[in-house]
Structure formats: structure tokens, C-alpha cells
Design a protein around this ligand. Structure first.
Ligand code: PMV
Length: 351
């Protein structure tokens, strides 16, 4: 038999939402209750590297090694959904072109490495599923665009659909029941606003809190604030945020970013049982941002928090000294930060 090993490698970046995805209208298909918008971070500091290979000589089931540890992907519905879709796309190519090797029938070996601690709660699933989908799409030589592949990555982890593109990315919630219009698209490339940067503050004593899927479910079912957020607040913010990004209006970008993070965490606190992702260290970071903005007399820094206590601070490069100075001063008095004042991650450098 043929022992050829087919192989492809790729990397995918982390993205941090400035308008948050929180709530599923369809849990099986990972369809969101609202659209969301994110900034893709530089691959210099945070990325997943994935190699996908397949061969008729491989035996057994598809497998995934994540940071040298075998993952149970057979019982993982999300991973299975991604693999099945990609194999179907490959199968379609093989049907049209009978001389194409039958990769869709061969076992897959996937090897993924994060260049950041998976346990740090840094949106690792977004980079992870984006890299997995892109690597297999390359291996299978699929003609699909990043937006078309976002449909696949979305089924692995919602936020992963936004990591297939660089720059500023919108995930349109869509209305179709089959999710065919729930896709991500780049609204502006990195080069549009190259001096926008992100400072990531990793809380060292990080405990695994409520997982996003379970947390979303609780919020959708119990929060009294949630309906207004999903139905009227976020749609209006999406429009305002896109306009702010197109105009490179940092003050507007910062206001919407902070208000949307606070709105998301308010619906978490308003859930029953309540969900607490922020802690005293997170609140110290919010205070530091407020200090920066007070000192500057305008909005020059913005905080945002995902489903955990780590802070991401957006600012423009020309204000780096002021922002870093305030954070160094404030956070050295607060226990719980990695290093002196966290890891500094520019969002605008290509990996
Ligand atoms: O992609 P998930 O299911 O891990 O959900 C991510 C949710 C947030 O990170 C809190 C918000 C977002 O839009 O990324």
C-alpha cells in the first residue's frame, strides 16, 4: 500500500473581543445570540502552531496531541463537527477529481503547540480551533476563503471563527437556522490602524472559573439584563464600533470597549447563580486605566475582560510611556500579577 505522508503546518493568533460574544441561540451549531467584534493580536507573542498530517499507513482513529498531551477528540463533539465538515469538503474534491489522493478516508494526526500557557485563560480555544481548521484546510487543499472556513471554526469554539483573519474582525450573528450566515469577516486590516496596541495582564493565581458554554447558558436562562443587551444594545454598538475603527477614533473605541466589557460582566453578575469572573486584581487594572485617562484628560486606554480575571488594555503607541508607567506604579502595589506588570503584547506586529 501507499505509505505517503501528507502534511501541512500553520499558525493562528489569539483574538480579544471588544464587543463580546456571550450567549448561544443554538448550542449544537454554536450560533450566537449577538454579533461580536474583535482585534486579532500579534502572533509574535500569542499563537497556536498546528501540524496536520494523514496517511493510508496511519492506523487507528484521528488523534490530537496538544502541548505534548494526547487529547480525547473522539468524545469531543465540537472537534468532531470540525473534522467531519472538513472531510466532507475534501470528499467533494475527490469525487470531482478521481485522480486526487483519497485523503478524506485516511486517519488524521494533529499536533498543536501553544506558545503561551494554556492554563492562563488567554482565549486559547480561539487560536487552537482556528489553527486546527486552517492546517487541515491546507492539508486538504481546500479552495475555501477564511470567511467560509470561519463557519467550520465557529463549530469548534465560537470565538475561533474570528481568529482566521487579521486586524479587526466582525462575527455576524446571522439569522439562518442552519448557521449558514453566521460568519466572520475582516472589517479592517492590521495596517489600517498600526499604532493600536494591547497590553495583556496575566493574573498569576488564576483558577479555572465557570466555563464559557455553561456560563452563557446560565446567563441566557436567568439574567434579566441579557435580553436588552443581546437585542438592542449590542446591535447599536456594532455599528458604532465599526465606525470608530474606520475613523481610528480611539476615544470612541475605548468607551464602547469598556462599556461592552462591563455590560457582559453585569449580565454575568445578574445571572443566577451569579458568575464572578473579575476579582480585586482585575479591579486594580480598571482603576489604573481610569488613572491613565484622568492624567491624559481624555480616553487613551481601555480595559476589557473575557471569562476570567486577566485584563487586556488597548492603547495607542504614542501613549505607551504613560500607560506603562501608570501600570508599573499601580500594579507593583497589587499582589497577583505575573512579573512586574504583566506581559506586553503589541497587537500590530506580524509574526
Ligand atoms: O469561544 P468561547 O466559547 O470560548 O467564548 C468566548 C467568550 C468570550 O471570550 C468571553 C467573549 C468573546 O467574544 O470572545
Amino acid at each position: 500500500s501507499d505509505n505517503t505522508v501528507y502534511r501541512a503546518s500553520t499558525t493562528a493568533p489569539v483574538n480579544i473581543a471588544v464587543i463580546k460574544y456571550w450567549g448561544k441561540r443554538d448550542a449544537a451549531l454554536n450560533l450566537p445570540t449577538n454579533s461580536s467584534l474583535s482585534v486579532t493580536l500579534s502572533q509574535k507573542s500569542l499563537k497556536t502552531h498546528t501540524t496536520a498530517s494523514c496517511s493510508a499507513s496511519y492506523t487507528g482513529a484521528d488523534s490530537l496531541l496538544l502541548n505534548d498531551e494526547p487529547e480525547d477528540i473522539q468524545s469531543n463533539k465540537r472537534t468532531q463537527a470540525c473534522l467531519q465538515l472538513l472531510k466532507r469538503f475534501r470528499h467533494d474534491i475527490e469525487v470531482k477529481n478521481p485522480s486526487a489522493p483519497k485523503l478524506s478516508t485516511m486517519p488524521l494526526k494533529l499536533v498543536s503547540i501553544n506558545n503561551f500557557p494554556t492554563a492562563a485563560g488567554l482565549a486559547s480555544s480561539a487560536a487552537g480551533f482556528a489553527a486546527l481548521v486552517r492546517a487541515i484546510a491546507n492539508l486538504y487543499e481546500l479552495p475555501h476563503t477564511p470567511t467560509q472556513l470561519s463557519l467550520v471554526a465557529r463549530q469548534g469554539s465560537g470565538s475561533a471563527c474570528r481568529s482566521l483573519m487579521g486586524g479587526y474582525v466582525a462575527w455576524r450573528a446571522g439569522t439562518a437556522r442552519d448557521g449558514s450566515d453566521s460568519i466572520a469577516e475582516e472589517i479592517a486590516p492590521v495596517s489600517h490602524w498600526p499604532n493600536l496596541k494591547a497590553l495583556i495582564l496575566v493574573v498569576s493565581a488564576d483558577k479555572k472559573g465557570v466555563a464559557s458554554t455553561a456560563g452563557m447558558q446560565t446567563t441566557v436562562e436567568t439574567s434579566t439584563l441579557f435580553k436588552t443587551r443581546a437585542e438592542s444594545i449590542v446591535p447599536q454598538r456594532m455599528e458604532e464600533m465599526e465606525a470608530a475603527i474606520h475613523a481610528k477614533d480611539f476615544a470612541k473605541f475605548a468607551e464602547i470597549t469598556m462599556r461592552d466589557s462591563n455590560s457582559f460582566h453585569a449580565t454575568c453578575l445578574d445571572s443566577w447563580p451569579p458568575i464572578h469572573y473579575l476579582n480585586d486584581v482585575s479591579r486594580a487594572a480598571m482603576n489604573a486605566v481610569e488613572t491613565c485617562n484622568r492624567k491624559a484628560g481624555k480616553l487613551i486606554a481601555a480595559y476589557t475582560f473575557d471569562a476570567g480575571p486577566n485584563a487586556v488594555i488597548y492603547y495607542e503607541e504614542e501613549n505607551e510611556k504613560l500607560v506603562a508607567g501608570v501600570f508599573r506604579y499601580v500594579l507593583q502595589q497589587v499582589k497577583g500579577w505575573e512579573g512586574e506588570y504583566g506581559a506586553q503584547i503589541p497587537s500590530n506586529e506580524q509574526g
